[in-house]
Design a protein around this ligand. Structure first.
Ligand code: NDP
Ligand code: ZN
Length: 336
């Protein structure tokens, strides 16, 4: 669609896309949500700063910047509460492709540019920078919710790009035994590269039984959910020990329901902590994640299975994510 080039407000930046990555969430938005009609999709990528508002001080025209999926205005009550992801209400920190047009346009606005954009440092590739704003930060948010202690047995359920980054993050956080649950050969291989000690295939039967066999019936310390179905939460409760953690970052279809039985949930007196998070956003977060990459602790680029070139290939990239016709698609990138 054709739109006017937007004018940045005092604290905003106007960017053009350098590279964009289609996401599972773009597919969900396109299929299930029409709360924002005629909205341009896209919330992942790297941009070039084209214009800045009068109050922007740290970001300059020409900067190449990593774009976070969550770009709140860093003012207001939820910021004071430490909940930047949900400023102004549920999902409120997500502006791109909802309250504002997203990264799949020739130009896009970033609110609160000094607080949200992270200049890509030397030693971090465009591809790696494109992955930090959602895939890395979401996978790592799952890890943060799981309260991992050194040597813990950690299970990551779902090893698409997000879950693979949870595997990588759990390894960095000191997991002992690290069990990844997936199906496709490519993702299982990558899980091992990112630090999984064991891999379980959810198509080989009940994953709880498979994991209990691996651990000699000992329940696990932490479970991160980054894929699966509405009943994966039940599996997580059935495999986690008393006092353990379940941390969800997977998205679900709003029309579905969870059916948590009292028995599976340990009567809710088992001291298990269940939490769920939207990916952390903003400049500080992305600068820290890029420090891990720059210093050789993390290489997210193994996630990129397809590289397309040119603005007019964004739709092809989106269709790749949507249709997943090939078993070898993890994450496409479109270099503009
Ligand atoms: P993918 O669809 O690429 O990955 C999901 C993975 O789950 C796949 O690898 C799939 O394995 C696996 N899976 C499917 N069914 C099962 C099952 N029954 N048991 C175990 N694993 C299963 O998605 P992404 O990695 O891109 O994203 C993961 C989730 O995170 C999505 O739900 C997405 O919406 C959500 N998300 C949440 C964000 C947040 O802020 N909280 C931000 C971004 C994404 P296989 O392919 O081998 O079949
Ligand atoms: Zn995304």
């Amino acid at each position: 669609m054709e739109k006017e080039i937007p004018e940045p407000g005092p604290f905003e930046a106007l960017c053009s896309p350098v590279a964009v990555l289609p996401c599972t969430s773009d597919v969900h938005s396109a299929h299930f949500r029409n709360a924002w009609p005629n909205r341009i999709l896209g919330h992942e990528g790297v941009g070039r700063v084209e214009k800045v508002g009068a109050m922007v001080t740290d970001i300059h025209v020409g900067d190449i910047v990593a774009v976070p999926a969550v770009t709140p205005i860093w003012r207001g009550r939820q910021i004071a509460e430490g909940l930047h992801e949900h400023t102004g209400g549920f999902l409120g920190g997500r502006y791109l492709s909802s309250k504002l047009d997203g990264t799949f346009g020739e130009y896009f606005i970033i609110p609160d540019a000094d607080m949200n954009l992270a200049v890509v440092p030397n030693g971090v590739s465009i591809k790696a920078a494109g992955l930090v704003g959602d895939m890395v930060t979401t996978g790592f948010s799952g890890v943060e919710g799981a309260n991992i202690q050194f040597g813990d047995t950690v299970v990551v359920i779902g090893i698409g790009p997000v879950g693979l980054m949870s595997v990588a993050g759990a390894a960095i956080r000191g997991a002992g035994r690290l069990i990844a649950v997936g199906h496709r050969e490519l993702t299982k291989e990558l899980a091992k590269k990112y630090g999984a000690t064991d891999v379980v295939d959810y198509k080989d039967g009940d994953i709880v039984a498979q994991i209990m066999e691996l651990t000699n019936n000992e329940k696990v310390d932490r479970v991160i959910i980054a894929g699966g179905t509405e009943s994966t939460i039940n599996d997580a409760y059935r495999m986690v020990k008393c006092g353990g953690n379940i941390s969800n970052v997977a998205g679900y279809d709003f029309s579905k329901e969870f059916h948590l039985t009292v028995a599976d949930a340990g009567c809710l007196v088992n001291h298990v902590t269940l939490t769920g998070r939207l990916c952390a956003g903003g400049r500080y977060r992305l600068e820290n994640l890029m420090a891990l990459i720059k210093n050789g602790r993390l290489d997210p680029t193994l996630l990129i299975t397809h590289e397309l070139h040119g603005f007019d290939k964004i739709e092809d990239g989106f269709r790749m994510m949507d249709e997943r016709k090939t078993p070898d698609t993890i994450k496409p990138i479109v270099i503009i």
